[in-house]
Design a protein around this ligand. Structure first.
Ligand code: UFG
Length: 342
């Protein structure tokens, strides 16, 4: 039986783009998702782009019996673990739900990997583990700061659980990918981000304002110690990010990894302010976005961007899309979603 790559959370934003890139590279993909924050129709989008419909299993990975059964049913060679709750603000209100969901699912995955001799894991981590770094850009050696939200803490603890598991087991190898800010959508317009309710993140808020779903963008602070006073992030296209997962899976499968547990920053290496992001959107769409400047958002860090040189060198990976391309694809997707009312 051909080996499969298991993508947990594969109908989500980054998971679906990764499914596309893996299928395009000839991998067999199985998706597991509880559809908490996505819908089964995403599989249609993946099929439309690739011509291949990935298998979708719908259940919750906090169910250890069903998780183990899944590993019995398929011949899994690697797991890419995206499935997690991801809203920073919500995690402050519902810490136990976040710890239970994000950590129990990870432990169940690792248990099943051990039980079934599955050796390779790629973990979806975040630059949130660096907090507000003292030195920019951040490298993988930059100190980990105490997490400011339960969500961020689940990523830190998740990394520790994986690190300890790889060092205690002779079989499991893992790569944690620390994402900076993924934005944009697949250029086909068939998949993209589907935020439920009012978006928390900048780019979906911009596109929803531009299309008339939101009255105005609130810029959270213009009094930061940055050139234009707004916060700075490292925005990268979600398809670029997705491609790094394919490289990571191949690195583990070909046993090219240098340690049982490796960590890579995934970003462009360029810091972009909120106003610069807005300007890029307005330039490529020709739409003026109404905005007001409000107070700072609690928990926001002032500025962060990646030093992606380790990923550039070791994974032979770098971003290809420009900020303008990111905004163009995000806008095409917003129009598509609004038209078809997804
Ligand atoms: N922003 C606004 N107005 C909005 C939304 C965002 O001004 O309506 C600003 C924020 O203050 C911030 C920037 O836009 O300066 C980016 O904010 P996002 O919410 O898009 O992204 P964050 O950097 O806050 O968070 C993202 C992910 C998290 C992850 C974090 C790691 O959403 O899951 O990066 O730093 F933990």
């Amino acid at each position: 039986m051909k080996k499969q790559i298991l993508i947990t959370g594969g109908t989500g934003y980054i998971g679906s783009h990764t499914a596309v890139e893996l299928i395009n590279e000839g991998f067999d993909v199985v998706i597991v998702d509880n559809l908490y924050n996505s819908n089964a129709g995403v599989v249609d989008g993946i099929e439309k782009i690739t011509g291949i419909r990935p298998l979708l299993e719908v259940f919750d990975l906090c169910d250890s019996v069903r998780t183990n059964d899944l590993f019995s049913k398929f011949n899994i060679s690697a797991v890419i673990h995206f499935a997690a709750y991801k809203a920073v603000g919500e995690s402050v209100r519902m810490p136990l739900e976040y710890y239970r969901n994000n950590l129990v699912s990870l432990i169940n995955i690792l248990d099943s990997m051990k039980a079934h001799g599955v050796e390779n894991l790629v973990f979806s981590s975040s630059c949130t583990v660096y907090g507000q770094p003292e030195k920019l850009p951040v490298t993988e050696q930059s100190p980990i700061q105490p997490a400011v939200s339960p969500y961020g803490n689940t990523k830190q603890i998740g990394e520790e659980i994986i690190r300890d598991t790889t060092s205690s087991s002779n079989t499991i190898n893992a790569i944690a990918l620390r994402y900076f800010n993924p934005i944009g959508a697949h250029p086909s317009g068939s998949i993209g981000e589907l935020p439920t309710g009012v978006p928390e993140n900048l780019v979906p808020y911009i596109t929803q304002t531009a299309i008339g779903l939101r009255e105005e963008l609130k810029v959270f602070g213009n009094d930061y110690n940055t050139p234009d006073g707004s916060c700075i992030r490292d925005y990268l296209h979600v398809s670029d990010l997705a491609k790094a997962h394919v490289v990571a899976v191949k690195r583990l499968s070909d046993k090219k990894n240098k340690k049982a547990y490796e960590v890579f920053n995934l970003g462009t290496g360029k810091g972009v302010s909120v106003f610069e992001a807005l300007k890029s959107f307005e330039k490529v769409t020709g739409i003026k976005v109404k905005y007001t400047i409000t107070g700072r958002r609690e928990g926001d860090i002032e500025q962060i961007w990646a030093d992606p040189s380790l990923a550039n060198k070791e994974l032979n990976w770098k971003t290809g899309y420009s900020l303008d391309d990111c905004m163009k694809t995000a806008w095409e997707w917003q129009k598509q979603v609004t038209k078809s009312n997804l």
